[in-house]
Design a protein around this ligand. Structure first.
Ligand SMILES: [Zn+2]
Ligand SMILES: [Zn+2]
Length: 77
């Protein structure tokens, strides 16, 4: 079973899978305000339809699309 990347909804950091000591629900080690949650789904732009890969992991849902700059990224589940 592979867990998704952990993400902090407050500061937006994403932790690589190597940080196995962190679990969903843990306090964010960076900002200590948010609680980590898993993000397994890719991000998709409803305007142009691009889907972000894991290489664009600094993007978050609600960010403006880096490609068309018209749509806002949402989770593609
Ligand atoms: Zn944080
Ligand atoms: Zn777009």
């Amino acid at each position: 079973m592979t867990d998704g990347t952990l993400r902090c909804p407050e500061c937006g950091i994403t932790s690589p899978e190597s940080t196995t000591e962190l679990r969903p629900g843990d306090i964010c080690p960076d900002c200590r305000r948010g609680y980590l949650e898993t993000t397994e789904a890719a991000l998709r732009c409803p305007e142009c339809g691009i889907t972000s890969s894991e290489s664009t992991r600094d993007l978050r849902p609600g960010d403006i699309c880096p490609d068309c700059h018209r749509g806002y990224l949402e989770l593609d589940e």
